[in-house]
Design a protein around this ligand. Structure first.
Ligand code: AMP
Ligand code: MG
Length: 316
């Protein structure tokens, strides 16, 4: 696929999905809305297509991708699901939970998709447009967030176009993402333990309720198992100050609840709304004239824990 021109803008309708599926079949890159953030999709069984994702994002090749599947049946052709994995699928798929599972030796996936690891990260998305694209293409689709590596994630087609431009063949414009924060990533270990590798919309309490709290691994295995956990990520390109009650002179303040800023994550203090608006507010703050960004305190409850995780990395 040649990427010298601007991306095709596609509508989230039958012809648009058909065109996107044809581009994917030919090894191209399509940005697609999901309930979490916009993904940069490519067929996961093609070395060239997967290499194009890493190139378009400027993503280090040791950072593996999430593979998206339409259902458990396709998932089972790619990874080994034990009883715990099945319980989680039952509870949370389709939805914002990514499972890191042992990769099947015969999986039709190129090694680069999981950066050579013996595991693969799988998610079954709920968004109707992404589901239609998976159905039309009939392929597992690798899809990281559709932004330059390390930058603020995209929750609208305009964010994708601004970050990737001609680096993507087509963008399906499905409006703003409803959840707004990347999926929770959960690793299930061979020893029966589990570990959250990335906080997200599905909370630790929800996972504990399915798996039992006692089996959670105490510490991270260390090393770069989930490089999306790098300390600096989601960077708006300016210093970010957290927990701000008011703006200093040169700051653009992102408010929440009673803290009134130039924009607000949620004037009513609603955490789901704050998650949905987080990246849009960071994009606005990044484009503002103010050289620094301040963000109001966000309660660390429910999805607030994932919001604070993203904010800490944006500030690092
Ligand atoms: P993104 O593509 O931006 O949503 O980030 C995907 C995240 O999934 C990154 O943090 C990856 O490191 C993580 N990931 C993908 N595959 C694996 C895997 N096999 N083991 C651990 N983490 C993974
Ligand atoms: Mg990302």
């Amino acid at each position: 696929m040649s990427r010298n021109s601007l991306p095709e803008m596609l509508a989230p309708d039958v012809p648009g999905i058909a065109r996107a599926a044809a581009i994917l079949a030919a090894g191209g890159l399509v940005a697609v809305p999901t309930e979490t953030v916009y993904g940069l999709a490519a067929r996961a069984d093609s070395d060239e297509a997967v290499a194009a994702i890493y190139r378009a994002k400027g993503r280090p090749d040791f950072n593996p991708l999430i593979v998206h599947v339409p259902d458990l049946a396709m998932g089972e052709t790619l990874a080994v699901f034990d009883a715990r994995a099945r319980r989680l699928v039952e509870a949370f798929w389709p939805g914002a939970l990514t499972l890191v599972l042992p990769r099947r030796p015969d999986a039709p996936l190129v090694a680069a998709v999981s950066a050579g690891l013996p595991t693969v990260a799988l998610r079954c998305p709920a968004h109707q447009v992404m589901r239609a694209l998976l159905a039309a293409s009939g392929l597992p689709l690798a899809a990281p967030s559709a932004n330059r590596s390390g930058a603020v994630s995209p929750t609208s087609a305009a964010h994708v176009a601004a970050s990737l431009g001609s680096g993507v063949d087509a963008i399906i414009d499905g409006g703003d993402c409803a959840t707004g924060i990347e999926s929770t990533i959960l690793a299930l270990r061979d020893d029966g333990s589990w570990e959250i590798l990335r906080l997200g919309p599905i909370t630790k309490a929800q996972i504990s309720a399915v798996l039992g709290a006692g089996s959670e691994a105490v510490t991270s295995a260390g090393g770069i198992e989930a490089p999306g956990q790098l300390a600096s990520h989601y960077a708006p390109g300016k210093p970010v100050r957290l927990g701000a009650g008011a703006a200093e002179d040169d700051e653009f303040l992102i408010g929440f609840g009673p803290v009134v800023g130039q924009v607000s994550l949620s004037q009513t203090g609603d955490l789901a709304e704050a998650a949905a608006r987080l990246y849009a507010c960071l994009h606005i703050a990044a484009a503002a004239v103010n050289p620094r960004i301040a963000v109001a305190p966000i309660p660390d409850q429910g999805i607030g824990a994932a919001i604070n995780d993203r904010l800490r990395r944006a500030a690092a």
